[in-house]
Design a protein around this ligand. Structure first.
Ligand code: AMP
Length: 394
């Protein structure tokens, strides 16, 4: 898949509406705690600036649901962008009103500005055509670089391209090339690591990858549905009882297709679902009632790491345990370190998994860490992303 690149646009002197994904996490003090999505947008912003465009950036931030409030303002993002770009990034006080219009028309070639949070207007999430038209009227061209939002049928993603000549930015190109490159042309053995809370979230990925991978390595909460389907007791571990027959079907399908599916042989249990709870490590067939599996155990770490050593390429989506909590992060961190030592081309998707890989300190050893959570998951499911479908092909 190749989309018409911003490099093919004549941007000099043009007002360019640049859709970014600045939906960044904040810490307890209300400061941006991870600027990766901003950093990853800089290449396209700088390209537009240096080619004389008048850049009107826009993004959503969380879910203000059409109500203006300081809490959801993008002012801190504008400040961060000013520092990173080394130039003032003014922000409008509305999205498509007088403030946005006068700011957009005041720009000179090479200037940038930011519109307030798109979701202050309810028309954004409702994909309202009138809102899309108003947003489009601010600019001459549209560039989408918000990979993390391309799975949303929202006005700034799928509505605006109806009114403006549209292109994709460098981040979208990088994401498409990295993820589809591994899926379509993997170095073998090709292994998919799947984890996270629920099996139901990953069924689509398994279905899409089962004919492509050589092995699945499965951890996280979804493990216990598989274990239960195999007849093991899983204590109080997260288990989707309505998905037991589906789990059995997946196990038979992978067997039929000759695709290896590795499950944990031991787990680190917690007495309660809490970061400081009492813990113990047991084999997979010995999980007692009153305890729940919250991470993979040391034997599993060894087993999975041995398997991953041989990998040519790896697609990883979903953590091996509750990696947000120190007591249950070792499984995820250990696999990240094992991958860092391997020669595999590793593509990581999913917000929690990406965050864990960063915290493990080996993020720089990964081939690609997607900035998209839901969008990268849909990509792995082989589904078309609405925001990409509307962009012209190259
Ligand atoms: P996902 O977004 O599907 O990648 O899932 C990540 C989430 O799964 C994280 O919030 C983890 O805390 C959660 N998770 C992983 N393993 C477990 C587990 N064994 N029990 C409960 N939650 C888990």
């Amino acid at each position: 898949m190749s989309k018409l690149s911003v490099q093919k646009a004549d941007v000099k002197g043009k007002k360019v509406l640049l859709r970014c994904d600045f939906n960044v996490p904040y810490d307890d003090e209300g400061n941006i705690s991870d600027t990766r999505r901003i950093d990853e947008s800089l290449k396209t912003i700088n390209y537009l600036i240096s080619n004389g465009a008048r850049v009107i950036m826009c993004s959503h931030f969380r879910r203000p649901d059409g109500v203006y409030s300081n809490e959801f303002s993008l002012k801190k993002v504008a400040k961060c962008l000013s520092e990173k770009l080394g130039k003032n990034v003014p922000i409008s006080s509305d999205v498509v009103g007088e403030s946005a219009q006068s700011l957009a028309s005041s720009l000179s070639d090479g200037d940038v500005c930011l519109l307030e949070n798109l979701r202050f207007e309810i028309g954004e999430q409702e994909n309202d055509i009138e809102f899309a038209k108003k947003l489009s009227s601010l600019a001459d061209l549209y560039v989408n670089d918000a990979f993390g939002t391309c799975h949303r049928v929202h006005a700034s993603i799928v509505g605006v391209p109806k009114f403006l000549k549209s292109y994709c930015g460098f981040l979208i190109q990088k994401e498409i090339q990295a993820i589809s490159g591994v899926i379509e042309n993997p170095i073998r053995p090709f292994i998919s690591i799947l984890g996270g809370a629920k099996v139901s979230d990953k069924i689509g990925v398994i279905a899409n990858l089962v004919d492509k991978v050589d092995a699945f390595v499965v951890g996280g909460g979804m493990t216990y549905t598989f274990m239960n389907a195999l007849g093991y007791q899983v204590g109080d571990s997260i288990c989707e009882t309505s998905k037991l027959s589906l789990a059995k079907d997946i196990l038979s399908l992978t067997k039929e297709k000759g695709v290896k599916l590795l499950l944990p042989v031991d787990s680190k249990l917690g007495k309660e679902y809490s970061p400081n709870t009492e813990t113990k490590i047991v084999d997979s067939d010995k999980i007692p009632n009153g305890w729940q599996g919250l991470d993979i155990g040391p034997k599993t770490i060894e087993l999975f790491s041995e398997e991953l050593k041989k990998a040519g390429s790896v697609l990883w989506n979903g953590t091996m345990g509750v990696s947000e909590w120190d007591a249950f992060s070792n499984g995820t961190f250990s696999l990240a370190r094992a991958l860092a030592k391997s020669n595999a081309k590793v593509v990581v998707g999913g917000g929690d998994t990406a965050a864990a890989v960063f915290r493990s300190g080996v993020a720089d050893k990964m081939y690609h860490i997607s900035t998209g959570g839901g969008s990268s998951l849909q990509f792995l499911e082989g589904k078309e992303l609405p925001g990409l479908s509307v962009l012209p092909d190259d």
